[in-house]
Design a protein around this ligand. Structure first.
Ligand code: PGA
Ligand code: ZN
Length: 427
């Protein structure tokens, strides 16, 4: 019943204009599931490997024709005749077929594409939305967004060291209201930037990317926007930052770029000093979430950071955990962080993503599902959030359709669930 009849991949473009895969799985009866795969810029060292062609004659070497061919031949052959409902068998077969620890032979982009497309195909056979097929009739939590309205790091060219400055509309009564509140703050921020003669161009995730002299200035501007839009910090909104610290960790030190007009080209901090900087920011400003405050290999620093701030705020591990149970197990043992970012393409199959979510939930780690900086119009992560009860989602700012598509999908789900829908207010 409902056996896989074909797997097909097409090379398409992501939001940065780089090639990525759109994968379609079909059953013998003609049911179809399609997904498009995202791609990161500040990737973790231990992420599952995305396969690119490295043919300098096409897309600067970034083509994905080899990964597409792997879907169309090797993976299709291996999966023909398997039931689309047997997600675990589908995923284990692909992992076995690839045979490497990080999926670099067939490509995590190819494998994840088939994995998620199979799930969507199964939902189509059942004539159910994906969140209900995967999460059952009880799935009803709508996640609280962390919206990256000011971009820095490798997602912008504005000289800000920290990558993401986010707002969390945790006090809104519904997701619909959370979106309205946040859009109002976003537009207020735009008018503040304009009034100061600062650029309102946006970065990769749709947040503004003005040239600022420090992360404090970025935080202050957002705080001003929250208040000017008529909302209360601490009650309506909290702020979150993703330092993406691995990007500025060099030879054991955290390098902070400073504006030349202050006479200092850069400053170097030890792990302890970086922890103090973060603690100070969290004590001065309404910040209750810090992601990747330290480098992905600075486990000792992470332990100290968790000791110092873990009882008060969310410390999210992204690059350090790469959605992998192996690293999360270590974190649980060593009391490192208290929250985890969930990015399906860091690990490469739906089954393994679910394993990581379940392990985190079992040990009271907060779970935040996330897009990548290179995205498409695909909205699968919105359905996954609802299906598995992930209470938070990171999917960019209130501009750029590849970001908005996920928010729009959650608006639809909230409406579909009606009174049953519960917008997550609690952390
Ligand atoms: P990336 O950034 O998709 O470029 O890795 C997102 C993040 O660091 O959370
Ligand atoms: Zn991150």
């Amino acid at each position: 019943m409902s056996k896989i009849a074909s797997c097909h991949a097409l090379e398409i473009l992501d939001s940065r204009g780089n090639p990525t895969l759109k994968v379609t799985v079909r059953t013998e009866e003609g049911a179809i599931g399609s997904v498009s795969i995202p791609s990161g810029a500040s990737t973790g060292e231990h992420e599952a490997a995305e396969l690119r062609d490295h043919d300098p004659k096409r897309y600067g070497g970034k083509g994905v024709l080899k990964a597409a061919a792997n879907v169309n031949s090797t993976l299709q052959q291996a999966l023909l005749g398997l039931s689309v409902f047997d997600q675990e068998m589908i995923d284990r077969t692909m992992i076995h077929c690839d045979g490497t620890p990080n999926k670099n032979r067939l490509g995590a982009n190819a494998i994840l594409g088939v994995s998620l497309a199979a799930a969507k195909c199964a939902a189509a056979v059942k004539k159910e939305p994906l969140y209900r097929y995967l999460g059952g009739a009880d799935a009803h939590f709508i996640p609280c967004p962390m919206m990256n309205i000011l971009n820095g790091g490798v997602h912008a060219d504005n000289g800000l060291d920290f990558q993401e400055f986010m707002i969390r509309p945790f006090g809104a009564p519904t997701f619909r209201e959370a979106i309205r509140w946040s859009a109002e703050v976003f537009h207020t921020l735009k008018s503040i930037l304009k009034s100061k003669g600062l650029s309102t161009n946006v970065g990769d995730e749709g947040g503004f990317a003005p040239p600022l002299s420090s992360h404090e200035e970025a935080i202050q501007l957002i705080l001003q926007a929250i208040e000017k839009a008529g909302y209360r910090p601490h009650k309506d909104f909290m702020m979150a930052i993703d330092c993406a610290a691995s990007e500025f960790f060099v030879d054991g030190l955290y390098i902070e770029r400073k504006k030349k007009d202050r006479g200092i080209p850069f400053a170097k901090h030890s792990s302890n000093e970086q922890i103090d900087i973060l603690a100070k920011l969290a004590s001065i400003y309404p910040i209750d979430t810090i992601e990747d405050g330290l480098d992905q290999n600075d486990w000792q620093g992470w332990g100290l950071l968790t000791k110092k701030l873990g009882a008060k705020i969310q410390l999210i591990g992204d690059d350090i955990f790469v959605t992998n149970t192996h690293f999360l197990q270590r974190a649980i043992k060593e009391h490192v962080a208290n929250s985890i970012l969930i990015k399906p393409n860091q690990i490469g199959t739906l089954t393994e993503t679910i394993e990581t979510i379940r392990l985190a939930q079992k040990h009271q780690y907060k779970t935040v599902i996330s897009h990548r900086s290179g995205e498409t119009e695909d909205t699968t992560i919105a359905d996954l959030a609802v299906a598995f009860g992930l209470r938070q989602i990171k999917t960019g700012s209130l501009s750029r359709s590849e970001r908005i598509a996920k928010y729009n999908r959650l608006l639809e789900i909230e409406e579909e669930l009606g009174k049953k829908a519960l917008y997550t207010q609690a952390l």
